[in-house]
Design a protein around this ligand. Structure first.
Ligand code: BMA
Length: 323
């Protein structure tokens, strides 16, 4: 795919030593951006054509969770379809779905693959592919319920598709580690291995309750750069922050480095308050050829935001501040 559009970008504010900084015009998508929406957050964008395409989590005013396609010239101003994606059968006729949320998108070989949390007698990982963000073809769910945060690697590893996921329960899961699974065909998944677990409370409490993969991992010379969310349970409920890890290129179940301090935690009003306060939930990242990165994240389960960073600075930070 040739992408001529520059990724969204804003220079680092003077005087900060942070390696991730927020877009000053956050949020980029407000909760009522389409007529039926209660909230638009935890969404995925990719370079597409001469601009960008995305799959957006829009909860409607009945608070039904669904995913919607959208398009943008600059990655900031989005035209999101007013109707949700209607799936056609892909590698199965079984495309039952009670709800869909928290999509991720990546290009592998010849098509775009979408994963999301799919309601099939409880949350599990749904998979679909598209060539144009108009027709979507739903495949077999990757796993049994209960699972969330299914994130594909953007290329095969050892000849197989690879997916991170976070086995969970049917509610607001009070635990959760990141696993990897492999598939020869995007239908049958196995070779499940643990990648990363929560940290001990006294070592890094922001990620001591549960963790989950965020954007599709980014291939770098130093390993797969994985942004992830980490959660601490507080007397006021869960607080979601963002960290990052470097995973071995050929064996991504091997964690090389992983941030002890968070990279971004709820601090701005739009992160601290909303339908679910204190949530930063990254689901996509764009990187250009110079190593500039734009991370897209849902804030407070209400709106969609961007934060920026330089690949090399982030990698250096992860190495210097690893657990
Ligand atoms: C998780 C998911 C996310 C949500 C987060 C915080 O379990 O439901 O969609 O952003 O909780 O509420």
């Amino acid at each position: 795919m040739i992408n001529q559009a520059a990724i969204p970008w804003e220079n680092k504010p003077e005087g900060t030593s942070d390696v991730i900084w927020r877009y000053t015009k956050n949020p980029i998508i407000n909760r009522y951006a389409i007529p039926t929406s209660n909230s638009i957050f935890n969404s995925a964008v990719v370079p597409f054509g001469e601009g960008f395409a995305g799959v957006f989590r829009c909860d409607n005013k009945a608070v039904q969770m669904n995913i919607f396609a959208g398009f943008s010239k600059d990655g900031i101003r989005w035209d999101i379809n007013h109707e949700p994606i209607v799936m056609k059968p892909g590698n199965t006729e079984e495309i039952h779905s009670d709800y869909k949320y928290d999509p991720r998108v990546t290009f592998i070989e010849d098509r775009w693959w979408v994963t999301w949390c799919n309601g099939y007698h409880g949350p599990t990982i749904g998979i679909a592919y598209t060539f144009d963000f108009k027709d979507f073809f739903q495949c077999e769910n990757a796993f049994l319920p209960f699972n969330r945060n299914g994130v594909l690697f953007p290329q095969k590893i050892g000849g197989k598709y690879a997916m991170l996921s976070r086995p969970s329960d049917n509610g607001h899961t009070p635990f959760g580690d990141i696993y990897i699974s492999y598939s020869p065909d995007m239908k049958y998944w196995g070779e499940h291995r643990v990648v990363m677990k929560v940290t001990p409370f006294e070592q890094s409490a922001w990620q001591c309750t549960k963790i989950g993969a965020g954007p599709v991992p980014i291939l770098t010379d130093e390993g797969w750069l994985l942004f992830y969310h980490g959660v601490i349970n507080t007397c006021n409920g869960f607080r979601y922050s963002m960290g990052a890890a470097l995973l071995d290129i050929d064996h991504p179940e091997k964690v090389i480095y992983r941030t002890k301090p968070y990279l971004l935690a709820p601090a701005e009003l739009y992160e601290l308050t909303g339908d679910v306060p204190n949530v930063i939930f990254p689901c996509a990242a764009l990187m250009d050829s110079s190593g500039k990165i734009a991370v897209y994240y849902g804030a407070a389960d209400t709106v969609t935001c961007i934060a920026f960073g330089y690949r090399d600075e982030i990698i250096d930070f992860i190495k210097r501040n690893s657990v």
